[in-house]
Design a protein. Structure first.
Length: 400
C-alpha cells in the first residue's frame, strides 16, 4: 500500500528507560511501515536534558504550543538518586511540569477498557475521564505549626500598601496548625476552558464538583467562574452537540459517580483530582492502560501514557532479559495524536489509521494475547496467553 500522508508534523518528545525502548519499537513496527510520519523531534531523555541544560524541554514546549498537537514518551523526573545515577549538574525539573506551565493546560486521564477486565465498580461500563486542576490550593499553600496561645489572622495588603481586610482565623488557646492557600481567577478560567473544550472535542458530558456549601468564597469562586464561562462561551455549542454541563456538590458527585455507567468527564480541584484520579484509575484496573492528554484552554493537545518509565523492567532489559511491558497507553498516545492531527488537517485516512491501530490492539487482546500485567485481571471469558512486548507488538502489526 502507499503510505498514509500527513500535512502538519506532530511534535514528538522522546523519553527515558523502558518507555524509550518501546517508543522506538512502536514507531518501527506500527507507524513507519504505514504512515509517512512527519514529526518535529525533541529528545527529552535525561542525558540530553543534562547536555542542553534542560533547554530542550523549553524548546519542545514552545513547539507543542506552535504546532498544536504533540506526543510524549514518559520521562524521568530526577530525584537525588537520579542525580547520582546520571551524574546530573542539577536536579532538573519535571518535564511535564514545564510543558504544563507553558501550555497552561489541564491533564485529562482516561482508561482503555476491555470486555474481559471488569472495573472494581460493577456498573461502570464506559471510561470515566478525570480532569485535575493542577495549580494552587494546598500544593502552593503556606503553613505553620502554631506553638501555643495567640491570634491567627488573615491579612490582605493592597499594592499601594493599604490593608483592605484583616480577619481572625482563630484565637488559639493551645498549640495547633495553620494554613493559607490561594488560587487565581486566571488559572481557574484556563482550567474551565480546557474542560469545556475537551468535553466538546470528545463529545462527553462534563461534571464539576467542589465543596461550595462550606467554602462560600473559595470554592464558590470555582463554581461561579465555571458557570459564567459556560454561559458566555460554551452553552450554545454544548446544546448543539446535545451535551450537558453539570455542577454538583462533591459529596453528591462521589455518590453519583459510583452509581453511574461512566462515559463522562469529571473535573476536580487540585487535591480532589489528585485523590480521585488514583482511586478511579485503580478501580478501572491498571496504570498500564491509562491514557493521558494535556489540553490547553486554546485547544492545544499533548498526548502521553499516564505511567512512568517502568524502571525495573528497563534494568532487566539492559541485562539482556526480555520483558513483558505493556505498550498500550503509549500506542494510544500516538493514535490519539495522529487522530487529532488528522481531524485538524482534514485527513480522513490518518483518522482512519488511528482508529484501525486502536482496533488492532483491542482485537489482539481479545484473543488473549497480552502482556503479563493484564493476566491476573482477566475474567473466565478469555484464556490469557502472556507474551513479551515485542511479541505483542508483532501480533498487533500482523492484525493491522
Ligand atoms: P512507573 O514507571 O509507572 O512504574 C511503576 C510500576 O507500575 C512498575 O514497576 C510496573 O510494576 C507497573 N507498570 C507501570 N507501567 C507499566 C507498563 N506499561 N507495563 C507493565 N507494568 C507497568 O512509575 P515509577 O516506578 O514510580 O516511576 C519510574 C520513573 O518514571 C521515575 O523516574 C518517574 O520520575 C517517572 N515518571 C514519569 C511520568 C511521566 O513522564 N509522565 C509519570 C510517572 C513517573 P511491576 O514492576 O510490578 O511490573
Ligand atoms: Mg496522586
Amino acid at each position: 500500500m502507499a503510505k498514509i500522508q500527513m500535512k502538519t508534523p506532530l511534535v514528538e518528545m522522546d523519553g527515558d528507560e523502558m518507555t524509550r525502548i518501546i517508543w522506538k519499537w512502536i514507531k518501527d513496527e506500527l507507524l513507519l511501515p504505514f504512515v509517512d510520519l512527519k514529526t518535529v523531534y525533541f529528545d527529552l531523555g535525561l542525558e540530553n536534558r543534562e547536555k542542553t541544560k534542560d533547554q530542550v524541554t523549553l524548546d519542545a514546549s514552545y513547539a507543542a504550543k506552535e504546532y498544536g498537537v504533540s506526543v510524549k514518551c514518559a520521562t524521568i523526573t530526577p530525584n537525588q538518586q537520579r542525580v547520582e545515577e546520571y551524574g546530573l549538574s542539577e536536579m532538573w525539573k519535571s518535564p511535564n511540569g514545564t510543558i504544563r506551565a507553558i501550555l497552561d493546560g489541564t491533564v485529562f486521564r482516561a482508561p482503555i477498557l476491555l470486555p474481559f477486565i471488569h472495573p472494581a465498580v460493577r456498573n461502570w461500563k464506559r471510561p470515566i475521564t478525570i480532569a485535575r486542576h493542577a495549580y494552587g490550593d494546598i500544593y502552593k499553600a503556606t503553613e505553620y505549626r502554631v506553638p501555643g496561645k495567640g491570634k491567627a489572622e488573615l491579612v490582605f495588603t493592597k499594592e499601594n500598601g493599604e490593608t483592605s481586610f484583616r480577619k481572625t482565623v482563630y484565637d488559639f488557646e493551645c498549640p495547633g496548625v495553620l494554613q493559607g492557600s490561594f488560587n487565581k481567577d486566571a488559572s481557574i478560567e484556563s482550567f474551565a476552558r480546557s474542560c469545556f473544550t475537551y468535553a466538546l472535542n470528545t463529545k462527553q458530558d462534563l461534571w464539576f464538583s467542589t465543596k461550595d456549601t462550606i467554602s462560600k468564597q473559595y470554592d464558590q469562586t470555582f463554581k461561579f467562574i465555571f458557570q459564567d464561562i459556560y454561559d458566555r462561551e460554551f452553552r450554545t455549542a454544548f446544546e448543539k452537540a446535545g451535551l450537558t454541563y453539570f455542577y454538583t456538590l462533591i459529596d453528591d458527585a462521589v455518590a453519583r459517580v459510583i452509581r453511574s455507567e461512566g462515559g463522562f468527564i469529571w473535573a476536580l480541584k487540585n487535591y480532589d483530582g489528585d485523590v480521585m484520579s488514583d482511586m478511579v484509575s485503580t478501580a478501572f484496573g491498571s496504570l498500564a492502560m491509562m491514557t493521558s492528554v494535556l489540553v490547553s484552554p486554546d485547544g492545544k493537545f499533548e498526548y502521553e501514557a499516564a505511567h512512568g518509565t517502568v524502571t525495573q523492567h528497563y534494568y532487566r532489559y539492559r541485562k539482556g532479559e526480555s520483558t513483558s511491558t505493556n505498550p498500550m497507553a503509549t500506542i494510544f498516545a500516538w493514535s490519539g495524536a495522529l487522530r487529532k492531527r488528522g481531524e485538524l488537517d482534514g485527513l480522513n485516512d490518518l483518522v482512519g489509521f488511528a482508529d484501525r491501530l486502536e482496533q488492532a490492539c483491542i482485537s489482539v487482546l481479545n484473543t488473549g494475547t497480552m502482556t503479563k500485567d493484564l493476566v491476573p485481571l482477566c475474567d473466565a471469558t478469555v484464556e490469557p496467553k502472556p507474551v513479551t512486548t515485542e511479541q505483542f507488538l508483532a501480533a498487533i502489526r500482523a492484525k493491522l
